[in-house]
Design a protein around this ligand. Structure first.
Ligand SMILES: Cc1ncc(COP(=O)(O)O)c(C=O)c1O
Length: 383
């Protein structure tokens, strides 16, 4: 069984399966009533998870859906983004980020990122605001919080919404508050390789905004509304075209078991990040420099190296499941040909795309695992 879980890597991207095995009894107890009771129980389990997750994030509301991709898209739609609008974002992200915008009929407008922590360069945002701009979509890449607090005054000046992509940052804090605290709506992913992953797919949006919350509920439930005054009780009424994409209740049950451990797992991810940073100091690898106010999580630990593809391949040959996230920048994808007129004016984004290599981080890693990763990475980049 182990060989399939680690895919043959000595240090796989994730060892969450070990934690899941340790939680076996709790998982089975949480899942059993869902299988044996009526379907009504599912809605309650999902609602309980939403309330508990919102509380953990210091938010008033949460709506759990089928994936992080969908959470981000729904957050955009619920914030009123639609055809003809422009949304300012970054190009060093997953395609889910830009697709959340284009799938609303809006146009992504990209700005460069900071070389220090790879998140949106706040100083470039205002120059890109046009009369069509409706929102800003910062990404907490790799678990590094974007400086959303600093974006807030820009958003206020131009009446823009901020929708934060925290797919990789569940558990991170900024300015003493959970990520998402400074955005109008924030989307998290519950996919297995994310810092707070389920046993399948999932995503969740948090917000403090009553209107966004009502829109989220409406859109996530087909657009279903209470009956009109003159309608027979058996008839339906829809006031929007929505979707049927709730988080599967089995995943909600699993995430309820996991939520109380999030803080301790995040602390372990941070400790692994610190150990890797210290262990690679003095080598040619550049490590992320995070703002002192931020308390990141590490979905992975990113190093920047000169021989990216070679280092990536040699790490994998040595049993370390390194990945390259995300390269090239989304501006290069064929599907976006011609969409980004300033694609050649993103020097930091381009450089990161050529240099980044992501080392695995998983709370289950032992001191020996981390030592092996440090020694192996040092010897590969120094040879
Ligand atoms: C930055 C970012 N946003 C959004 C997503 C989408 O999340 P999901 O895989 O749950 O759809 C991902 C997934 O990798 C991501 O990395």
């Amino acid at each position: 069984m182990d060989s399939t879980n680690t895919r043959g890597f000595r240090i796989p991207r994730s060892r969450t399966f070990e934690t899941h095995r340790a939680l076996r009894e709790q998982f089975l107890a949480a899942v059993e009533p869902l299988v044996l009771n009526t379907y009504n129980h599912s809605a309650k389990v999902r609602a309980d998870f939403e309330a508990e997750f919102a509380a953990e994030m210091g938010a008033r509301y949460a709506v759990a859906v089928g994936s992080g991709t969908f959470a981000l898209f729904l957050a955009m739609r619920a914030s009123g983004i639609g055809a003809g609008d422009e949304v300012i974002t970054v190009a060093n992200s997953d395609i889910s980020t830009s697709a959340a915008i284009t799938n609303c009929g809006a146009r992504p407008v990209v700005v460069d990122v900071r070389a220090s922590d790879y998140t949106i360069d706040i100083d470039q945002v205002e120059a890109r605001v046009t009369p069509k701009t409706r929102a800003i979509l910062p990404v907490d890449l790799h678990g590094h919080p974007a400086d959303v607090k600093a974006l807030r005054p820009i958003a206020e000046r131009h009446n823009l919404k901020i929708i934060e992509d925290a797919a990789l940052a569940t558990g991170a804090y900024d300015y003493g508050r959970p990520v998402g605290a400074f955005a109008d709506a924030t989307a998290f992913s519950l996919a297995p390789f994310k810092p707070f992953g389920s046993a399948g797919n999932g995503g969740i949006v948090v917000t403090d905004d009553d209107e966004i919350y009502q829109n989220l509920c409406l859109l996530a439930d087909y657009g279903h509304a209470p009956r009109g005054p003159n309608q027979p009780a058996a008839y339906q009424n829809y006031i929007a075209e929505g979707y049927n994409v709730p988080l599967d209740a089995l995943q909600a049950a699993i995430m309820r078991v996991k939520l109380p451990y999030l803080k301790q797992w995040t602390a372990k991810r941070r400790a692994i990040g610190s150990a890797l940073e210290a262990g690679l100091a003095g080598t040619s690898a550049r490590t992320p420099q995070l703002r002192p106010e931020s308390a990141p999580t590490f979905r992975s630990f990113t190093i920047r190296v000169d021989r990216q593809l070679e280092v990536h391949q040699r790490l994998r040959e040595a049993g370390i499941e390194a990945v390259i996230h995300y390269a090239p920048p989304i501006t290069h994808y064929s599907v976006y040909a011609g969409l980004f007129p300033n694609a050649d004016q993103l020097p930091v984004t381009e450089r990161l795309g050529r240099e980044i290599v992501n080392l695995p981080v998983s709370p289950e890693f032992t001191d020996e695992d981390i030592e092996y990763m440090i020694d192996t990475t040092r010897s590969i980049i120094e040879s």
